[in-house]
Design a protein around this ligand. Structure first.
Ligand SMILES: NC(=O)c1ccc[n+]([C@@H]2O[C@H](COP(=O)([O-])OP(=O)(O)OC[C@H]3O[C@@H](n4cnc5c(N)ncnc54)[C@H](O)[C@@H]3O)[C@@H](O)[C@H]2O)c1
Length: 468
């Protein structure tokens, strides 16, 4: 009897240890003092940091595209305008989508590219010797496996957002990029929108003083699109997961504003979500009443505190009928910027004074004319000269073209890319970290440091330009 009790007690202790240390693997976490603490595994001896990494200049960047659904063909179209790039290969699960993309090249009078299709067509594409860069616009779950495969086969990679769906995948990207010395850039296009770029420049010139708080979001009613994702991948992912499953449009630009891993780092995260009101109704309609339990909350909020004492708020909502909003809000000691619904700047009212206790208008936005003049004066150096063409070529109003242009510009000139593999990992890490926080009743998460202690080595975000 005593022996049985001892065995049962031991088993209970083991079960408790397993539940408190959900994963003891090097990419997992333990729970200590009511905090979820992620491990930062040591860097293997055959790897080097990719901070500030630049490869030799590539005269003409030869590109292979994988994933030609709703997003991919737009990238193919934009690359037709980039002089220092050549479209060498096109790949999708379905040959007819490859054919449609070929027709984009036809319309531009450009030679047709090599074609690959099927689930493993990307492997043949990656085996080619004449490709420098693999550009991925496939479903989320395929981003990291294909990117890792491409880097292992000697290619730089550019990956649609989010680059990874788990902490393990984030480390896979970091480790593979560090070991192969290949660029791994996530295609976070929202970092290149005009308002965000100009604000970043203003922040770097001290216009807003010290930045104390930033906000970002992805609030986009996806109702018209759900049926169009290949194999229902997006709905499937949302239905199976809590958390901010699409955080990078919100977190990307504001991390640049805070110099994350270039002088500051994200330390602690707490996430909370609502129930899945519309989400569950949508799932009932789609899969049958009560057939599935829809996990993703209609609204998910994430708060993060940085090492230097700044705060970040990120939101995700893709199921309620509200106007598109990426929030983008910057609060500094001397000023404020806000993008949605109207772009506004406030630099502190000079004549702020007490009028009446219920006067809420003492602090106000500057006039539209003053804002426009200031925005023009602080246009970011990387959009100067390319803004007009970007607006003409398009892609979310031009930001997509600036992103692609910058990627090819940096590769062509052998410069560090604007976004490195640590950005990709940090911004994508929210996918798992928010889910884990929510699954533990909004428990704080000590975030992993993908730079492995080197977050203060670079000083400030820098968009490299060739010296005139
Ligand atoms: N940055 C942005 O603004 C933005 C906008 C839209 C989509 N995206 C991202 O782009 C990616 C693609 O989204 P989408 O809307 O085009 O989805 P989609 O479902 O329309 O397209 C995905 C494509 O990948 C193909 N595919 C699937 N498995 C493949 C495989 N093994 N090999 C090759 N191709 C394969 C599918 O056939 C499909 O054509 C997602 O990561 C999404 O988050 C980003």
């Amino acid at each position: 009897m005593k022996k049985t009790i001892t065995i049962l007690a031991t088993l209970a202790l083991v079960a408790l240890a397993v539940s408190c240390n959900k994963s003891k693997d090097e990419y997992g976490y333990t729970i200590k003092d009511n905090q979820i603490v992620y491990n930062t595994p040591a860097r293997p001896a055959d790897q080097q940091s990719m901070l500030g990494f630049a490869c030799d200049p590539i005269e003409n960047v030869r590109v292979g595209f994988v994933g030609l659904g709703m997003r991919g063909p737009g990238a193919v179209e934009r690359f037709c305008y980039l002089e220092d790039a050549t479209i060498v290969a096109l790949c999708d699960l379905y040959p007819e989508r490859v054919e449609s993309a070929q027709q984009i090249l036809d319309r531009h009078g450009i030679a047709r590219a090599a074609e690959y299709s099927g689930e493993e067509g990307y492997k043949e594409l990656c085996a080619r010797e004449d490709i420098d860069l693999v550009y991925l616009a496939v479903p989320w779950q395929l981003h990291t496996p294909i990117a890792v495969y491409a880097m292992e086969h000697g290619k730089h990679v550019a990956i649609e957002v989010p680059a990874a769906t788990s902490i393990k995948e984030c480390w896979d990207l970091v480790n593979t990029s560090e070991r192969t010395r290949k660029h791994c850039m996530m295609l976070e296009n929202c970092c290149y929108d005009f308002f965000e770029l100009t604000c970043l420049n203003m922040i770097q010139q001290g216009v807003f003083g010290d930045i104390v708080h930033v906000e970002g979001a992805y609030c986009h009613n996806l109702e018209p699109y759900w049926d169009r994702y290949q194999g229902d991948w997006r709905m499937t992912y949302n239905k199976d997961h809590h958390g901010d499953v699409y955080p990078t449009h919100g977190i990307g630009p504001i991390c640049e504003d805070l110099n994350i891993h270039r002088g500051d780092k994200m330390d602690i995260l707490v996430a909370m979500d609502t129930d899945a009101f519309n989400g569950q109704a949508m799932a009932d309609k789609r899969y049958g009443e009560g057939a599935v339990k829809y996990a993703n909350g209609d609204n998910t909020m994430t708060c993060i505190r940085t090492h230097n004492g700044k705060s970040i708020l990120v939101e995700h909502n893709v199921v309620t009928p509200r106007p598109y909003n990426r929030m983008y809000q910057v609060t500094g000691t001397k000023g404020f910027a806000n993008k949605y619904p109207n772009e506004g700047l406030a630099l502190g009212s000079e004549n702020i004074q007490f009028t009446a206790i219920d006067n809420l208008d003492a602090e106000e936005y500057m006039s539209d004319a003053d804002r426009d003049a200031l925005m023009a004066a602080y246009e970011h150096p990387i959009s100067k000269g390319i803004a007009e063409k970007a607006r003409e070529v398009g892609g979310h109003g031009g930001m997509d073209f600036i992103m692609d242009y910058r990627l090819i510009y940096c590769l062509h000139h052998g410069l560090p890319l604007d976004q490195d593999v640590y950005d990709a990992a940090e911004w994508s890490s929210l996918v798992e970290l928010t889910e884990v926080s929510i699954n533990h009743g909004s428990m704080p998460v000590v975030m992993p440091d993908f730079t492995r202690g080197e977050w203060n080595k670079l000083k400030g975000v820098n968009f490299a330009l060739v010296e005139e």
